[in-house]
Design a protein around this ligand. Sequence first.
Ligand SMILES: Cc1cc2nc3c(=O)[nH]c(=O)nc-3n(C[C@H](O)[C@H](O)[C@H](O)COP(=O)(O)OP(=O)(O)OC[C@H]3O[C@@H](n4cnc5c(N)ncnc54)[C@H](O)[C@@H]3O)c2cc1C
Length: 377
Amino acid sequence: MGYDNIVIVGASAAGAYVARSLEKSLPTSHRIILIERLDYMYHPISALRGSVVAGKEHLSFADLDRFFGQDSRHVVLQATSVTALSPSSVTISSIFEGSDTIPFERAVLALGSSYPVPGRPSSTNKAEAIEGQRRIQRDVAAASSVLIVGGGPVGVEFAGELRSVDRQKKVQLVTSGQTLLQGPFKPSLQKSLLEGLARIDVPVRFNAKVDLPSDVKTLELLPQQRSFSLSDGTEVEADLVMIATGARPNTSLLIESGFSRALDDEKRIKVDAKTLRVLDEGLQNYYSLGDCANAPGTKTHVAAKFQAPVVASQLLSDLGGARAKVYSAPPSIMVVPLGTSAGASQLFGLVLGAWITSFMKGKSLFVDDFKKLYASA
Ligand SMILES: Cc1cc2nc3c(=O)[nH]c(=O)nc-3n(C[C@H](O)[C@H](O)[C@H](O)COP(=O)(O)OP(=O)(O)OC[C@H]3O[C@@H](n4cnc5c(N)ncnc54)[C@H](O)[C@@H]3O)c2cc1C
């Protein structure tokens, strides 16, 4: 039997939650085709611990081939990239049902963002990506002086993970910001994290940019101590640099497909703030969510999880289904552990301390939720 296709590009948080919201409610005439360029799935939230603590590298990896049940009509195409978009079909890097073109009725772009390792994996192949994390563990263990560049949650959290396994090496954090965690966060959260870093002997330099030569790669051990110039005229020494300067949306596919006008100034896909439908007349059959889309609010796993049921219900409504939900951004939540038992959080405007931070994230890093998401329903 021929099905009408609903294509989802990207099977990380955003794409996977949309697929889960749709799989049981799509009309039987339709099937999901979930396309992912990796041959596995990756959980960035546990990747900092996985790159520092020996034996924890498996926390961030799950298989994708059992995402839909064995007898499901829905399909996963893993180790497959979408290489071009057109109004009612996508081109893929492999052959599916005799063709490299998949026609669809609706498509969802969940392309995410790119980030230096280990924020995103080092390879599209699972065995290589796991080995990549083990290599980082070895380099981190061998380093005597670590420079963390960036004062956002990733840089701060990395310092905590590092200190949970090593109290000896020198660790310092340099940020171009005036505070830790730039954004809609309370000064008491920033202060609490700064004090937490001081307690584990990680000094922070503010308002300084590090001049990083192009041969210095994130989390690759340098042959010897090297001196790095800062924009404030001073220098810092390190034999390992961790670059944590933020994510970039993965949207070159739209430019290559001739849809650059669908991107905003930050290269995110322009979407309607309520329906999450792509705002481009050539891409009217597309929705977009997660890190690659310019929906209001922060770019987080939590936001993608809130957006997915909206995309699913809008899409079902297009197919003649129930009334569609509209999106409203969740309150910005920030949970920053420093290892398994310290850290600070901001939830619904309240700043909370180590116990709740460890309980919510520091101990578990949401690994069980990640593994459950990819286990067959
Ligand atoms: C270290 C770290 C810790 C974090 N901690 C938290 C946290 O505690 N809480 C929180 O809410 N958020 C956290 N985040 C942010 C969170 O990881 C992201 O917001 C989330 O991963 C976004 O999900 P996404 O599906 O939109 O994008 P991504 O996770 O980037 O996934 C996009 C997927 O699309 C695939 N893809 C891209 N292009 C193509 C193509 N052309 N063809 C096929 N497949 C393609 C990619 O391979 C990828 O799997 C953290 C991020 C980092 C780096």
